[in-house]
Unconditional design. Structure first.
Ligand code: RUB
Length: 316
């Protein structure tokens, strides 16, 4: 029989799949929390059953979305120091690692915010794509430092995460202008910094982020506008150290067009990739909680932090 996975884990997995819970840092935080709930609510009598259930819960969470490496990095972090010879010891140990992970994630984002804020000056205008909590941390810190900022916010079709960004920026007093994605190039001349997040960073410094990031970066380079990626080190993809590429999630056609509209225009093939890859030469800097890096040198940090590999300790 399948090891029992608690309802909360299935619920969180469904919410990640439907993007009710989304964004790389939030996915990592929520997945770790769900493992903690699995540990807390497990009714296992035997340590081996407890461990099998924890692995099964991790597999349910891992199978939700493929691109944000923060998800497997979070699961690995929790699995790394699970210790104990009784169920109670194991339970305590999982809950401690989960708490430690979530705490570190929080601290990392605050530290990253301070590093990124140093790039922003009073009166600057930024352009954003999608909704990134790491990007918002930089802007929020700058605003707290008393800097007054404006933002061009790309709507980010098809899911319009730009609306979330617009709302968050308006809340902290940033002067927001919402634009359609294809208007980005037109306004790049008025922009001092393009700020994007990341779902994964590859060993060569490529930035994997919301579809449209690579086109924005090429245009920014063409216009001479600096483009910065704000990404906590949890976004560093250890598998790319040994030559793996990052899976780009393909999402449902229905996010782009509904059946009725599609029928009216001859039922075209619809492709809906959620992410793309921006080569390092189009990115000026990657801002992490450990400082700023030229993309090409991020590999040194990746080796230090994730050199031990990219195994899946939750595989049965
Ligand atoms: C979200 C997205 C964000 C990164 C970084 O894509 O591409 O830029 O995940 O976000 P989706 P954060 O909406 O498809 O999940 O900085 O919050 O980790």
């Amino acid at each position: 029989t399948e090891p029992e996975v608690v309802d909360e884990v299935h619920g969180v997995a469904a919410d990640i799949g439907s993007m009710e819970i989304r964004g790389a840092a939030t996915i990592a935080d929520t997945a770790a929390r769900a493992l903690g709930v699995q540990a807390a609510e497990s009714e296992a009598d035997e340590p081996s059953t407890f461990r099998a259930q924890l692995r099964a819960a991790a597999r349910v969470l891992y199978d939700t979305r493929p691109t944000a490496v923060s998800l497997p990095n979070a699961l690995r972090y929790v699995f790394r120091d699970v210790e104990g010879t009784t169920v109670e010891e194991l339970r305590t140990s999982v809950r401690a690692s989960v708490a430690e992970f979530r705490d570190r994630l929080d601290t990392a984002q605050n530290d990253l915010g301070r590093v990124g804020a140093n790039r922003l000056r009073d009166g600057d205008t930024v352009m954003t794509h999608c909704h990134s909590t790491d990007v918002l941390a930089c802007i929020e810190t700058a605003v707290e430092q008393g800097k007054s900022l404006s933002a061009y916010v790309k709507e980010t079709r098809p899911r319009n995460q730009g609306h979330i960004t617009a709302d968050a920026l308006a809340d902290i007093g940033v002067d927001v202008t919402l634009i359609v994605d294809s208007a980005a190039r037109r306004y790049l001349n008025d922009v001092d910094h393009v700020l994007v997040g990341a779902d994964s960073i590859a060993a060569d410094g490529s930035v994997i982020n919301k579809i449209g990031t690579s086109g924005l970066a090429v245009n920014a380079r063409d216009r001479g506008t600096p483009i910065v990626c704000a990404a906590q080190t949890i976004k560093l993809h250890p598998g790319t150290l040994t030559g793996h590429t990052v899976d780009i999630e393909m999402r449902a056609e229905s996010e782009v067009i509904d059946d009725e509209q599609a029928a009216k225009i001859g039922d075209p093939t619809v492709l809906n990739p959620a992410f793309d890859v921006t080569p390092p030469r189009y990115v000026d800097a990657i801002v992490t909680e450990r400082g700023q890096y030229p993309p090409e040198s991020i590999v040194t940090l990746m080796r230090d932090l994730f050199g031990e590999g990219s195994d899946h300790p939750w595989d049965a």
